[in-house]
Design a binder for this molecule. Structure first.
Ligand SMILES: Nc1nc2c(ncn2[C@@H]2O[C@H](COP(=O)(O)OP(=O)(O)OP(=O)(O)O)[C@@H](O)[C@H]2O)c(=O)[nH]1
Ligand SMILES: [Mg+2]
Length: 439
């Protein structure tokens, strides 16, 4: 199978072991208590899918999904495989509107479920991709059903599904509409278009619900009249191919697909956790900034002491540590703050007095009142706390380390990334707002 070049090696192992491993992996992720509830909520759909996959693995189920444009005969094809009309079909487009499933009693002892899906035509770009992704996640084998040459939409869907590590069969249905030569030409054309991502043996013709054969009958008097002879579905090649895949790879495929999905989800969860931590940390830093700014505004201290006062931001550092999953002692927090404030002093010493104070006081005109001076002081305290918080956050994000950059470059980078003017302005407004509110 061209999609799984390394599967041969794996197959020699016990397939049940694969299932067990995949299921354990899923259970670990489902019960991982370090995943914040906000992240769980955001990934609700994925977690539900994962529970469904876990159930599926426990019951040893294999899922085969039909996928394709509306009216290509997806439901008819699954009915033909089942040998009964489990799914409703219609010449009108858009008959199947929701996913449906039915058990296929095959010779194999596995529980094979056939999944019918709505046509992809109605969906645009990202929605179609999402349906394809979700079907790929939940299915072990995909049948893309077409009825002629592939449209651009179909071609893209086939290519993207073939990129996933599961068997994919492209089924040219309604083959009764073509004569032998036409059919061979069409199959050759499809194979040429899909060369590179689909093996020839996985592109095959079928006829799920062939139209009756049109005949001319001649009666006893020699009179000719038109007649019809019903035709049986022609799905022999498809069935044979499916059975071969199921026999050889059935259980391994289910486990493999589950394992792939789990690791993909694992990555997505990790990204979400990083995002969630950043958002929460930003809020926490903001809260400490305003608290500190107000305190300093109420009790003005010399500018030079503002940085030293950062050494009291122990609570903020411990709080940030918690967000990143670290329990910090007061001692550790103070040590970190000492490193940060020393760097801040060095880095900002040069332009702290000149740029910052003038920027903070820019709006303060003649007749400077005590309240305004206090506001400027508070604003600077706010700014120092903000930079300190961001620096500490960066240290936690790198697993309690400054990484290769070291503290100086890290803090320098933070300072460089900030729009100083707008931060000072909003800090000042917030502090003055609070002060006014308190009066
Ligand atoms: N000639 C011919 N017609 C077929 C064949 N298979 C299905 N059809 C017809 O194609 C029409 C659509 O079939 P469905 O099975 O409902 O197609 P579908 O892809 O499930 O359609 P949606 O659910 O609407 O997306 C029906 O009228 C079927 O009888 C076939 O092999 N040959
Ligand atoms: Mg249908």
């Amino acid at each position: 199978m061209q999609n799984l070049p390394w599967l041969k090696k794996e197959k020699t192992k016990n397939p049940d072991q694969h299932l067990l491993n995949a299921n354990q992996q899923i259970q670990t992720l489902l019960t991982d208590t370090s995943v914040p509830s906000a992240v769980r909520q955001e990934l609700f759909q994925e977690f539900s899918e994962m529970e469904a996959i876990s159930e599926k693995l426990q019951h040893g189920e294999i899922h085969i999904a039909a996928f394709g444009r509306v009216g290509t005969g997806k439901s008819s094809l699954l009915n033909a495989l089942l040998g009964r009309k489990a799914f409703s079909t219609s010449p009108l487009h858009g008959e199947t509107l929701v996913q449906q499933r039915s058990q296929w009693d095959t010779a194999s002892s596995d529980h094979v479920l056939l999944i019918d899906t709505p046509g992809i035509d109605e969906l645009e770009g990202e929605a179609r991709e999402e349906l394809a992704r979700s079907i790929a996640r939940m299915s072990d084998i995909v049948l893309v059903v077409c009825e002629g040459d592939l449209t651009e939409t179909e071609f893209k869907a086939v290519r993207s599904l073939a990129g996933r590590n599961m068997p994919l069969l492209l089924v040219l249905n309604k083959s009764d509409r073509y004569n032998r030569d036409e059919l061979e030409t069409l199959l050759g054309h499809l194979r040429a278009r899909c060369a590179g991502f689909l093996d020839d043996e996985n592109i095959l013709a079928a006829s799920a619900d062939p139209r009756p054969e049109q005949l001319i009958r001649v009666d006893a008097t020699g009179r000719e009249f038109p007649a019809e002879r019903p035709r049986k579905p022609d799905i022999g090649r498809l069935k044979a191919r499916l059975w071969r895949i199921l026999e050889k790879d059935g259980k391994t495929l289910a486990a493999l697909n589950a394992a792939l999905f789990t690791s993909e989800l694992d990555n997505r969860i990790a990204t979400k956790i990083v995002q969630a931590r950043k958002t929460i940390a930003e809020k926490v830093i903001g809260n400490y900034c305003i608290a500190k700014g107000v305190v300093v505004a109420v009790n003005p201290i010399p500018v030079a002491d503002l940085l030293a006062a950062a050494g009291t931001d122990v609570a903020m550092v411990i709080h940030l540590g918690n967000i990143y999953g670290f329990q910090l002692s007061k001692r550790e927090a103070s040590k970190l703050l000492l490193t940060i404030s020393a760097q801040l002093l060095l880095l900002m010493g040069a332009y702290w007095g000149v740029n910052m104070v003038s920027a903070a006081m820019k709006t303060i005109s003649a007749g400077m009142s005590a309240a305004l001076t206090a506001g400027a002081q508070g604003t600077l305290a706010w700014y120092a706390t903000y930079v300190t918080g961001r620096a500490a956050e960066s240290w936690f994000a790198k697993g309690k380390s400054w990484g290769s950059e070291g503290p100086k470059d890290t803090i320098n980078e933070i300072l460089g990334s900030l729009d100083q003017d707008s931060i000072l302005r909003s800090a000042r407004n917030e502090i003055m707002g609070k002060l006014k509110g308190a009066v």
